[in-house]
Design a protein around this ligand. Sequence first.
Ligand code: GLC
Ligand code: GLC
Length: 633
Amino acid sequence: MTALSALETDAAIVVEHVARREQPADGETVARLRAEFPRLHGLFRALYGDRATSLESLLTLIDAVLDARADRPAELRRLDRDRAARPTWFESERMLGGVCYVDRFAGDLDGVRKMIPYFRELGLTYLHLMPLFASPEGDNDGGYAVSDYRTVDPALGTMADLRALAADLRDAGISLVLDFIFNHTSNEHEWATRALAGDPVYENFYLIFPDRELPDAYERTTREIFPDDHPGSFVPLPDGRWIWATFYRFQWDLNYANPDVFTAMAREMLFLANQGVEILRMDAVAFIWKRLGTTCESQPEAHLLLQAFNAVLRIAAPAVLFKSEAIVHPDEVQDYISPDECQLSYNPLQMALTWEALATRDARLLQLALDERHELPPGTAWVNYVRSHDDIGWTFADEDAARFGIDGGPHRRFLNDFYIGRFAGSFSRGFPFQENPRTGDARIAGTTASLAGIAAGDDGGEDRVVLAHALAMSTGGIPLLYLGDEVAQLNDDTFQDDPARRGDSRWAHRPERPSERYEERRDESTVAGRVFTRLRHLIDVRRATTEFAGNELIPFHTPHAAVVGFIRPATDEHGGAVLVLANVADEPAAIPSETVSGLDESAWDLIRDSAVGLGRGLVLPAHAFVWLRVRRL
Ligand code: GLC
Ligand code: GLC
């Protein structure tokens, strides 16, 4: 049978199946099912083979999708239509993200709702709430060990509260973003407890091995993600068997080679979509497919699975977008980004290289990333951030570093030492995260203010905080603030005294909401006030600058290694172009007139709202930046 005829035969079976459903699907949904079916069918066959069971699984999946569509509330169907009419809504210069833990920032979901006026004051259009689902008592990886995707942690509220919050946020022009933690469940999820009890259906939801033979074989090529917790990728079960656990011992990886797992997780995903979540942060995408003899990261099937989830959403909840969390080699990061897979992605390379440039006072690697690794397909966007709730890992490409004669391994060790504050003269006060004595690998933790020099009392600290955010706000895509950073919050050292957090230094940069700092935010005699005022102003300027929409960026090179430069061209016929220059060094950089000779002499400084002449070049003070509206000659 040829592929085409398989599609035709299966499509006919599906049509009949759909017609026999008790609850008939509406015309719009059927049209979308028709449009997506060939893709979904192809993906299913590629993943699960052309066996009859694969068709049977597909029919089960389609039922789940149509059920979810039938449950989709009217206001979310309206959102589906609005988004379809303005598919590039997320590329706007008005987009600004914020992220926080519900409990740490606001106590509970009601507390988050009460914070909406502040979110509006700040200009947020996107709010990522860290995992808020039922999860094990005590250590649960900050909620990334989910025991039930349909139950909100009772300490935070209920699912009804979450739905109401999503609606209130939407009314305030803010899209709710939640994680879809689909690589693993907690060991207390019902599937996990059934698997442990020996139910063969659920044993097949996870990757369980009777002895060390296969675990040993896999571990020859996998990397250790949380070596402080357990070596390798497996942990023992009480009965002596071994289960795959990439992250913590209580986070068990799901077996996506089993189509029932895909369907079961698609149901959970659609449930979340129907609560009013507008963007799903696809957690740990690189790890979802395992293949012996490989790193078990970013396998081709990982992409097929994401595309299949994408097709499912397009049928039942098309307004919803995916954001990829792939903290891997930059080539691999890019592979997850497309309208048919993840429309959004963290930009871990720009994030890490911003810090790299601040430490080395050399912006060449960052410039190279903007020159060669920034472009994205139409209909997609970067999410640019200065730091997240996770550690900072130095995920630049060794081959890029080699172009400047930099050896990746030692350079990463230098960066770790620098940010931990072990390097003489460092302005940073960070913590090591998951130092692996066997491999020499480590990552770092710390809040933006603590890493940038404010904690150490360094003169450039405040400037560096603002500079790092200015880059995230100007290179394109959606800038994402870690709430608390806008008032220069410092590290929280108390995690070291808490048994549930002690083993994970990422808690250093997940402090509780600093109320005093927020109270000081308009008082420019305070650090919080100065940083807030400057960032708040950048946000206003950005919102009023259409050149900052979209992702297009034209490199702009200066003779200074410490200066990163680029032009954001107009997205419409009215705009000019915006030249961004940033100096990561501790001394001023003079940009000679020849460098700007391709530009009209009279430019407009968007941040100071004043004219500047470029006839004699310009001088960028230490750790300063400019956003200049220019006319290219
Ligand atoms: C993601 C999360 C991280 C978590 C891990 C396991 O990387 O960002 O916080 O530890 O997934 O879920
Ligand atoms: C590793 C993973 C990344 C995860 C992080 C959590 O870097 O690659 O996905 O976010 O660990 O610390």
